[in-house]
Ligand binder design. Structure first.
Ligand code: FAD
Length: 321
């Protein structure tokens, strides 16, 4: 059975986040030969539509509205519900990002639909679609199918490969006018922390430090390693609690969930709450002076040693690669 699938693209700072292209790839699988319709919400976002098409969307609906310039739950929820009314799809897919995690359950509630959240893979089983998602902080996985109603899922960034980009692909881009009203909150100003660098949740390589780095300055060798690798810097809650770094860097059960290709856990013991946020990384390298540290149980490569000796040596070596 072919399905019409709506995929909500995610725009940040005027650019589409990678998870949007991954969601299109998931949408293709769910569509089973049907139509994948990209949806863009924002202000002046129509220019991004072709990117979604180049990554596999058949057409794009652009919803331009001043109240969508910055994410608010009410405005996004209202806009998505109106697009659903017009398009009547069989499936809806969003990224499992801060935005997706916030708005998807609210949309599901309004639709009276189920929601399969934090999906890491999508497969066909005959005519049906099987979604896999981690449970128990990543210690087990469950497979889910939707038996009735709209298929609604959020997908975890960095898990489903985007389709190959085809810049010659074309598709219809239409505009939809939505009515947004009775907003309980509006964004008056956005003040950013000057973190810069690579976005943690979409990073392919992460260099994370724990309490073992011992101070704010202790993160400097890790930052140097990250610069050489083009990586994002992350942290354990131990490091954040000790005020060595900002909580926005925290990875784990109560922090960000990441799935990079390569994860360096440096001076991190490997508490279960930390593993919940990174154990699905494709390759894990642990650097710890304690050979019994639990992080070595999940690591693909382990270096037992003092991080203040190992990290600069590694950085110098990698500079020459
Ligand atoms: P530690 O456990 O103190 O480990 C430090 C490590 O550094 C040790 O293994 C030590 O051998 C090593 N080390 C020290 N010096 C050096 C050196 N010079 N060279 C090399 N290695 C060295 N934690 C998270 O990370 N993320 C979460 O989201 C999270 N959520 C939580 C939620 C709840 C409800 C609770 C109760 C806890 C949560 N925690 C979380 C905290 C978690 O239980 C751990 O306390 C925390 O992860 C420990 O951080 P750490 O590994 O950096 O510190």
């Amino acid at each position: 059975m072919a399905r019409k699938v709506l995929v909500i693209g995610e725009v940040r700072d005027g650019e589409l986040r990678n998870v949007s292209f991954e969601a299109v790839a998931a949408g293709k699988e769910v569509a089973n030969g049907g139509e994948v319709v990209g949806v863009l919400l924002g202000e002046n976002i129509s220019d991004l539509a072709n990117q979604l098409i180049h990554y596999g969307a058949d057409r794009v609906v652009a919803v331009n509205h001043p109240d969508l310039a910055q994410y608010t739950t009410d405005a996004y929820q209202q806009a998505i519900l109106q697009v659903l009314d017009v398009e009547s799809p069989e499936a809806l897919i969003l990224g499992h990002t801060s935005i997706g995690k916030d708005v998807a359950p609210r949309v599901a509630m309004k639709l009276g639909a189920g929601l399969i959240s934090d999906v890491i893979s999508v497969e066909k089983d005959g005519d049906e679609i099987v979604f896999t998602r981690p449970i128990y902080s990543g210690k087990a996985f469950e497979k889910k199918k939707v038996n009735e109603g709209i298929i609604f899922a959020t997908i975890r960034p960095n898990n489903i490969a985007p389709l190959e980009q085809d810049a010659s692909k074309s598709g219809d881009v239409s505009s939809l006018t939505v009515d947004i009203k009775d907003l309980r909150t509006t964004i008056r100003e956005v003040v950013r922390k000057a973190t810069g660098g690579v976005d943690l949740s979409e990073a392919k390589v992460i260099v994370a430090g724990g309490r073992g780095v011992k101070s704010k300055e202790g993160f400097e060798p890790l930052q140097k390693l990250a610069d050489v690798l083009g990586a994002a810097v992350g942290a354990s809650r131990g490091a954040c609690d000790a005020d060595y770094c900002d909580y926005s860097l925290q990875i784990g059960q109560t922090g960000k969930v990441v799935t990079p290709d390569l994860y360096f856990a440096i001076g991190i013991s490997g508490a279960i709450q930390h593993l919940a946020g990174m154990s699905n990384s494709k390759v894990i390298v642990a650097i710890n002076k304690d050979p019994e540290a639990p992080i070595f149980e999940v690591a693909d490569y382990g270096i037992v040693g003092d991080l203040f000796e190992v990290v600069p040596l590694l950085t110098e070596e990698l500079k020459n690669v």
